[in-house]
Design a protein. Structure first.
Length: 202
């Protein structure tokens, strides 16, 4: 097989095998492969070239994804796999990014729990569910959540006071509005009703 190439827009290089378009890569990856016009290659080398091109593409995609916000390992892997690339190359990319300390489930979980607990006022059960969805182990989640040792009913009362101020708790419309917010935040229905009743008696 004979390899040829043609530069394209935006530092892209289009690769042709026996005059048929095969794939596209970026200039840095192309130069690293040390390819030559009209070079003869066999199937083994073509497979090697494509794997290197795929790895580079996925690595650059991963860095771009992580530049937008932090991700768990599972989140990032799922996004890369949706690009229809082979799983063992995705695993290699994940390993490299972890080695470079760009991906850390423990650090991700600490930051995400802080955001959900302190800023978004979510319950511990809600946080546990969301982080399990993102592939964080229960051991890690419980370890971090143990630092937030607050009674959930007391926390509900505090959230109501901070978010709704001196609102009339016994007003049916207000009560429904608060109740719906707290249910969406994942709090236990019994704790919500108990807190509302206690605050309504004041």
């Amino acid at each position: 097989m004979k390899i040829k190439y043609k530069t394209g827009k935006g530092e892209k290089v289009h690769i042709y095998i026996d005059n048929q378009y095969s794939f596209t890569t970026d200039l840095n990856t192309f130069y690293s492969l040390n390819l030559h016009e009209n070079e003869e290659i066999d199937e083994e080398k073509l497979t090697y070239i494509k794997e290197k091109v795929d790895f580079s593409y996925l690595y650059n995609s991963a860095i771009k994804i992580l530049s937008l916000r932090a991700h768990s390992e599972k989140e990032l892997k799922d996004k890369l796999l949706r690009k229809n690339r082979v799983s063992y190359i995705v695993d290699d990319v994940i390993d490299k990014i972890k080695e470079q300390k760009y991906l850390d489930d423990q650090a991700f979980a600490v930051a995400y729990i802080k955001e959900l607990f302190e800023q978004k006022k979510k319950s511990k059960n809600f946080i546990l569910f969301k982080l399990k969805q993102k592939g964080i182990s229960e051991d890690v989640i419980h370890q971090i959540l143990s630092e937030y040792d607050v009674d959930e009913k007391d926390r509900i009362k505090k959230i109501i006071e901070e978010k709704y101020g001196k609102i009339q708790i016994n007003d049916e419309k207000n009560r429904r509005r608060i109740y719906n917010f707290l249910v969406r935040a994942g709090f236990d229905v019994g704790d919500i009703l108990s807190a509302l009743n206690e605050m309504g008696e004041k």
